[in-house]
Design a binder for this molecule. Structure first.
Ligand SMILES: [Zn+2]
Length: 74
């Protein structure tokens, strides 16, 4: 399976995670870098397959993390 099947570059911000915008404040122009509202600044969105995979693996990842935490505390 390819990682590109799990996520798509965001079309809203072209994968940059930010939307460039100019705001005029008086005579000064401020260059705004706003987080993309579509991908929340990640620059990509999970595909349907990616979301299914994440749901499937999330409990396993959590288990792995808690196992590592236990090892460290021993
Ligand atoms: Zn985006």
């Amino acid at each position: 399976m390819l990682i590109s099947e799990l996520k798509n570059p965001c079309t809203e911000c072209d994968g940059s995670g930010y939307i460039a915008g100019l705001d005029e404040l008086g005579t000064i122009q401020i260059n705004l870098r706003q987080s993309c509202h579509v991908c929340s600044g990640r620059g990509y969105n999970l595909t349907e397959l990616g979301q299914d995979m994440w749901k499937l693996y999330k409990p396993m990842v959590k288990d792995l993390i808690s196992m590592e935490m236990q090892k460290k505390s021993e």
